[in-house]
Design a protein around this ligand. Structure first.
Ligand SMILES: *[C@@H]1O[C@H](CO)[C@@H](O)[C@H](O)[C@H]1NC(C)=O
Ligand SMILES: *[C@@H]1O[C@H](CO)[C@@H](O)[C@H](O)[C@H]1NC(C)=O
Ligand SMILES: *[C@@H]1O[C@H](CO)[C@@H](O)[C@H](O)[C@H]1NC(C)=O
Length: 396
């Protein structure tokens, strides 16, 4: 069972696209709210690297080398841990986890055909994205080939503009409501499943950047446009999913950090490879809205999503994906210091909360506002992106 498996049953029947408010908020306020808790950080680089490494080392005993899964978390979440390890090395300019990451991803690819044992295209994409990060960190071309192969397979489940016009998709056996599509990706490969979600997009932008192949640019642009046109809430954050049979959107209360996180990550790359001003503008606006959304945090700014202390859940991983996306935006935004400042301040809020309110030695509670508790694999998995991002977003 993967995240949001319940969503189909919760779809509201009447939120048709025509009734949907597509307005992106015009106020692009990049100021740091003074209500945020402790939004600065004076730890030096070596200490931040050490804190991140200790957090990763604390989860590694849960790794089952035979299939690359971490005991206590779900399939997609294990890919997240490898992503954090690769991104640690990328940002710390080291190769501490190189063998574990490459061997782990290779073993998972061998064990789980197409990185998809459960029939979820997004599972395949999380692992493919981890493979891309491994390529980026270590320059290992096999990792890039794996990412490309998975992307190519999942692209069989994209709704093209032609499919949308025709009302049918070659791998689906129902009529799709073509009016609102093109560039979107089916969540499940099964021929009768109508669900489409935002997070199954995003890898194309990296492949464009890396290979220069215009196939990926076209795909990334189309997906970005799909989300721009259909999947942004009236408060400026990215929505979760739609049903392709009748074009129903998910409820506006069905909001998760990671949809915005994936989108800003993809657009941060797309803006640079295409030079199109729209992606920079949208990336900036969504970032500004998402870091201040009251949906997943209080006025102190500490994210509360997926904070269960007793059960692994998908939401605990969402917030980590969001943080990772913010880091990529920061990296690509040297020309916008206000944006970089709000991102490092936001991550420092999470970082300081974890270190001061939620830490038990080098393990951290899934509840970022605390209190500390015993180690859980899901809690530890979720904090890795905060720790790794702090290496990067603070400048000392
Ligand atoms: C982003 O916000 C600014 C105003 O703050 C607005 O002018 C611009 O159109 C917005 N960009 C997009 C893509 O909606
Ligand atoms: C934030 O800045 C203040 C003033 O420079 C400093 O005393 C404090 O230690 C900083 N907080 C953290 C967590 O680094
Ligand atoms: C810290 O972790 C240890 C070992 O898992 C556990 O026994 C202890 O209760 C935890 N402390 C808190 C404050 O939860």
């Amino acid at each position: 069972m993967t995240r949001l498996a319940l969503f189909i049953g919760l779809l509201p029947s009447l939120s048709l696209v025509f009734a949907h408010d597509k307005t992106v908020p015009t106020a692009q306020d990049l100021g740091v709210p003074t209500t945020w808790r402790e939004f600065n950080n004076s730890r030096l680089l070596a200490e931040r690297i050490s804190i991140a490494k200790s957090a990763i080392d604390t989860i590694l005993p849960q790794l089952d080398m035979s299939n690359s899964q971490f005991d206590g978390i779900g399939f997609w979440q294990s890919a997240k841990v490898f992503s954090s390890m690769a991104n640690f090395d990328h940002l710390a300019s080291s190769t501490v986890y190189k063998d574990q990451v490459i061997n782990g991803l290779t073993a998972a690819h061998e064990t789980y055909r197409n990185f998809d044992p459960n029939g979820y295209n997004d599972d395949a994409m999380w692992w493919a994205t981890a493979s891309y990060y491994a390529y980026r960190a270590y320059g290992d071309s096999t990792m890039l080939s794996m990412a490309v192969a998975i992307w190519t397979r999942v692209s069989n489940y994209v709704v093209s503009v032609a499919d949308a016009k025709a009302g049918k998709q070659p791998n689906k056996d129902f009529t799709i409501a073509g009016t609102c599509y093109g560039g979107d990706v089916f969540w499940h490969p099964t021929s009768d499943d109508t669900g489409i979600n935002s997070i199954t997009t995003g890898l194309s932008a990296y492949l464009t950047e890396t290979t220069g192949d215009s196939t990926y640019t076209a795909a990334a642009t189309l997906s970005a446009q799909w989300i721009q046109n259909l999947q942004i809430s009236s408060s400026g954050i990215v929505l979760d999913s739609v049903s392709s049979a009748d074009c129903t959107l998910t409820a506006t209360s069905w909001l998760f950090t990671y949809n915005s996180g994936k989108y800003i990550e993809g657009s941060s790359v797309l803006k640079d490879v295409t030079g199109a001003a729209i992606w920079k503008s949208l990336m900036t606006n969504i970032t500004a809205a998402a870091v201040k959304s009251p949906v997943w945090q209080g006025s102190n700014g500490i994210i509360t999503e997926g904070a269960s202390k007793t059960l692994d859940n998908d939401g605990v991983g969402f917030k980590a994906i969001f943080i990772r996306g913010l880091d990529e935006v920061s990296v690509c935004s040297a020309d916008n210091s206000a944006l970089q400042i709000v991102i490092h301040s936001y991550n420092d809020v999470q970082y300081n909360a974890l270190l001061e309110l939620a830490a038990n030695g080098t393990s951290y509670s899934p509840s970022w506002p605390g209190p500390a508790q015993e180690f859980t694999t899901w809690g530890q998995m979720a904090v890795l992106d905060v720790m790794v991002t702090a290496i990067n977003t603070n400048s000392l």
